[in-house]
Write a protein that binds this ligand. Structure first.
Ligand code: ATP
Length: 915
């Protein structure tokens, strides 16, 4: 800056919502000022000569410029007033106010960095006071956030899955971000959070971050669906990587040798304390000290500054290095990085492909062929439980793509040579000079892509790169991304295992990752679902020093959910010899389940953050209901809900076969369904998800492949077309709506044969009463049934035709191969039956006619069968959630009325008895 700072113009920044009473309490903090005049900087960048040449010109234009600037300055306040006018819903459900202004002004940009730094510096010195003030501010704050859209958002750019998170840029100011100050996150991350409009951490983030960031402890987190668990592990990982990088840079150390996790030292000191205690067994003071350490370890803060004081006290006693910064204090063999390695890697930087590039259509196109090869046999489709990782890649495609991609130099990273198809011993660490810091494992491809995008948005200013390694997409591109050495890999187990075993160099550093996160852990570790996970964990844990230095994160909404024992394991058992024995198998407790997970993953001293309420994983803002009907009527009820209560709806089925049938049927009924299941090509899967996200009345018909983790904004309804097989599935399916404090409705459709599964789910989820019945107009159902039956008949005929065509094709192929001539009269063929085509034509005509008529004539009044409410007036379309809420309210009123009547009767009876 050419101009001296004190000669510049500084204006004070109003601290809205900052209580004046707090000002004097915050030691040394007077207020914030912003520099409002720094426009002359531009000229300093130009060369002196140019300046001289242009000086005359500048003199001429100066008054004009100054006038312009003045105008701009005078305009700004007006603009900022206009900014707060339009209300908009954020992708995460928050209601915000938009600003018409398109791009953030340079003033804003400069201010943001400066103010964030001020807040960071300020927070360092006044940590405890700031926390206090933050809490006060939070109390007074309005929930409405002012947001402005970036010019980018206004362009009609085609968004990809998970991009919603970064599409709206908020106009939160650094002062709004005080809630984050106590976590001491790097300012680059806070800046990204500010842009995302995340004013304060969610509850799970608030409880996990201290222990994870400051305590550097393993975290085992259970919180309701849609509560922000991704960033609860994402933020500590990003912060940890930044700290490690900084430290390695500062000390010229090899990152592999820098321990990050604190528990190893703490554990050591703890065990030492225990040893001392047991040998002396008298020192009461020591016992107290141990208690202090234990208590402090509960809270991450104490693991930060306060705890370190405690820890250092014990360290002094034990003569051990435990201090403020663990990284600095622990003595490790210093190994300087080899220059050649760095040089060799620099060129890879250009090669780096961002995730968004990875999902280009050509990438997905090539993956289609892979998927086609991996499509399961129709006979297997009804199995329902889908492991997404099967049959990902066709060998041909890799070879073909490889011709373009592979060249001798590109195949190597620095001094490390790529070795293909070699099973490498798990405990050998191949250092590439570009360390792999973190691995995040997810059960589905879509979830991996979504998590990557969340992390990329949060890591926007950190320079940390994220790669997604999933099946169903071109392997070659993923290898190229890995060659550039991304710090974080988000993967599904199948493709990761494949690339690891092919000797992919970057992945050979897997054993030494500093951070491991397993999202939807309970699902991932279910026996028989992800066979690659067990060897992967073995590989990750094979070296004790690496295992204990790794920080682990395990998260799920149903982490602590436990099931009843199956009936065959309960009660008494009669042996072959006729002896009756009492079984001693007990139901697993939540604690036991957690312990099992800890052992399987190799965690040490994790902090368990379980904030699942009595709803056991489902959000408080979720309204649950059910419809009981016969198997035959389910389609009619579903169609009724979709037509009468339109909105973004996910219909979950238990099998791929059901999804296909339903998609076909709803297609005939002009509902434009979007199917999603594991045997679809990956490209189609992502496309359908994106189309669903973009259509406020979209209908996604999916298997449980879409049940976990998917964060699609504004899903209004979740319909369980079939009762889910487990309580976990019920929780996760239902969790696709009512996310991030938004409201949502779930309807469970149950036929009599499913009553047992329903009862089991209610029992596992500790439901004290049955789900309330969703009100349906029986009158309107009659015409709908006729319509749906017609569509079903058509569907049956079409299936017959398809099968016949398929059989015909097969017969012709075999005949051709065998050089045979087959007489058509010999084999009866359905597709040749003209009656089918004729019947189809007639039915289609009738269906089209019926569909052209209004289903629910306006103004028609009816009585809800369950409510018996004569005032219920039907509108052609109604909000299902409101209808259900009304039903619940009136239902309760009636119950209260009945109860009131009974009470009055009882009182009367008592009085009569007294008389
Ligand atoms: N601090 C925050 N403030 C506001 N919104 C947030 C915050 N953190 C996360 N979100 C938003 O909340 C939504 C849900 O987050 P996320 O997908 O992490 O939930 P989850 O708990 O992992 O859900 P599930 O259990 O279904 O996987 C996302 O849209 C995310 O952008």
């Amino acid at each position: 800056m050419s101009k001296k700072i004190h000669t510049m113009k500084w204006d004070s920044v109003p601290m809205d919502g900052f209580p004046a009473s707090m000002m004097d309490k915050l030691h040394g903090f007077v207020g914030l000022e912003e520099c409002t005049e720094y426009g002359l900087d531009k000229s300093t960048k130009r060369s002196k000569k140019k300046n001289q040449d242009n000086s005359a010109k500048q003199k001429e234009t100066k008054p004009k410029d100054a006038k312009k600037r003045k105008n701009k300055e005078s305009k700004d306040p007006q603009e900022s007033v206009a900014c707060q006018k339009k209300k908009v819903k954020l992708s995460n459900g928050f209601i915000v106010e938009t600003c018409e202004k398109e791009a953030p002004s340079p003033t804003n940009k400069i201010d943001i960095d400066g103010k964030l730094k001020q807040i960071k510096d300020f927070s360092k010195g006044n940590q405890t006071k700031l926390i206090k003030s933050k809490k006060e501010i939070n109390k007074n704050e309005d929930a409405v956030i002012t947001v402005k859209k970036q010019s980018l958002c206004k362009k009609t750019k085609k968004r990809k899955l998970g991009e919603d998170i970064s599409e709206v840029v908020s106009s939160l100011t650094p002062e709004d971000m005080l809630s984050w100050a106590e976590f001491k996150l790097p300012q680059e991350i806070v800046k990204a959070l500010m842009e995302l409009g995340f004013k304060r951490p969610t509850k799970i983030q608030e409880l996990s971050l201290p222990a994870a960031v400051h305590g550097r402890r393993d975290i085992l987190g259970a919180a309701e669906t849609g509560s922000g668990k991704t960033l609860a592990f994402g933020l500590p990982i990003l912060t940890g990587i930044m700290k490690l990088k900084e430290k390695a840079e500062l000390k010229g150390l090899d990152v592999y040798d820098i321990p990050y996790k604190k528990t190893s030292a703490k554990k050591k000191s703890k065990s030492e304390v225990e040893k001392l205690n047991t040998t002396k067994n008298k020192g009461k003071g020591r016992g107290k000290k141990e208690k202090e350490v234990k208590e402090s370890s509960e809270d991450g803060y104490s693991s930060g500054d306060d705890e370190n004081n405690e820890a250092s006290k014990i360290g002094e006693v034990l003569g051990e290095a435990t201090n403020d910064d663990f990284i600095e204090e622990v003595e490790i063999p210093v190994r300087k990085r080899e220059e050649s390695v760095d040089e060799g890697n620099d060129s890879d930087e250009d090669d780096y492909i961002h995730l968004s590039d990875m999902l280009d259509s050509d990438d997905l196109k090539s993956s289609d062929e892979e998927d086609d090869a991996s499509v399961k046999d129709d006979n297997n489709l009804d199995k329902g439980n889908e492991n997404d990782e099967d049959g990902d890649v066709s060998g041909n495609e890799i070879e073909m793509d490889g011709v373009d991609e592979v060249d001798a130099n590109a195949q190597s990273i620095g001094c490390v040579k790529v070795i293909d198809d070699v099973e490498l011993p798990g405990n050998v660490l191949y250092k590439t000079g570009k360390p792999l810091y973190a691995l995040i494992l997810t059960p589905t491809r879509e979830l991996a892509i979504q998590i990557s995008r969340h992390l990329i948005a949060a890591a926007k200013y950190t320079g940390i790169r994220v790669a997604t390694i999933v099946g169903g997409m071109a392997e070659v591109k993923q290898e190229r991304v890995l060659r550039s050495g991304p710090e974080i890999v988000v993967a599904t187990p199948g493709r990761l295992w494949e690339l690891l075993n092919q000797g992919q160099p970057h992945l050979q550093q897997l054993t030494a990752v500093k951070f491991l996160a397993i999202d939807e852990t309970d699902r991932m570790l279910e026996r028989g679902h992800f066979e690659e996970l067990e060897p992967l964990l073995e590989r990750l844990n094979c070296e004790e020093s690496h295992r204990s230095a790794r920080q682990n994160f395990v998260f799920s909404a149903t982490l602590t959910l436990v099931h009843d024992l199956p009936t065959h394991m309960k009660g008494k058992k009669v042996t072959k010899r006729g002896k009756i024995i009492n079984r001693k198998v007990n139901k697993m407790t939540s604690q036991q389940k957690i312990k099992k997970l800890i052992n399987m993953i190799g965690m040490t001293d994790p902090k368990v953050v379980d904030i699942t309420t009595e709803n056991l994983g489902t959000a408080d803002s979720l309204t649950e209901s059910r419809i009981t009907c016969s198997f035959e009527q389910k389609d009619a009820y579903l169609y009724y809900i979709l037509k009468r209560h339109p909105g973004r709806t996910i219909v979950f089925c238990n099998s791929i076969g059901s999804v296909k049938r339903l998609a076909q049927l709803l297609g005939l009924l002009k509902c434009v369904p979007l199917p999603l299941h594991a045997s679809m090509p990956q490209r189609q899967r992502l496309k359908n998800l994106e189309r669903f996200r973009d259509d406020p009345r979209g209908v996604l018909v999916a298997t449980d492949v879409a049940a976990r983790g998917l964060d699609i904004p504004d899903v209004d309804h979740v319909i369980h077309y079939q009762v889910p097989r487990t309580a976990e599935n019920y929780v996760h399916r239902s969790g696709r709506t009512a996310r991030a404090c938004k409201e949502g409705l779930t309807i469970l459709m149950m036929e009599p044969a499913e009553a047992y599964s329903y009862a089991k789910i209610c029992r596992t989820l500790n439901k004290t009463s049955e789900l309330a019945t969703f009100p349906v107009s029986s009158h309107s159902l009659a015409s709908i049934k006729e319509l749906v039956n017609l569509a079903r008949e058509m569907d049956g005929l079409m299936l017959k035709k398809r099968r016949a065509t398929h059989a015909q094709g097969w017969r012709d192929r075999v005949a051709k191969e065998m050089d045979m001539i087959v007489d058509d009269d010999d084999v009866p063929s359905a597709h040749m039956d003209p009656a089918i085509d004729k019947a189809l034509k007639v039915k289609k005509k009738r269906l089209d006619f019926m569909l052209s008529r209004p289903l629910f004539p306006k103004g028609f009044s009816f009585k809800y069968p369950t409510l018996n409410d004569p005032d219920a007036l039907v509108m052609p379309e109604e909000n299902a959630l409101q209808v259900m809420k009304k039903s619940l309210e009136t239902g309760e009123l009636k119950r209260d009325k009945r109860k009131g009547k009974n009470d009055a009767l009882l009182k009367l009876e008592k009085r009569f008895k007294k008389l």
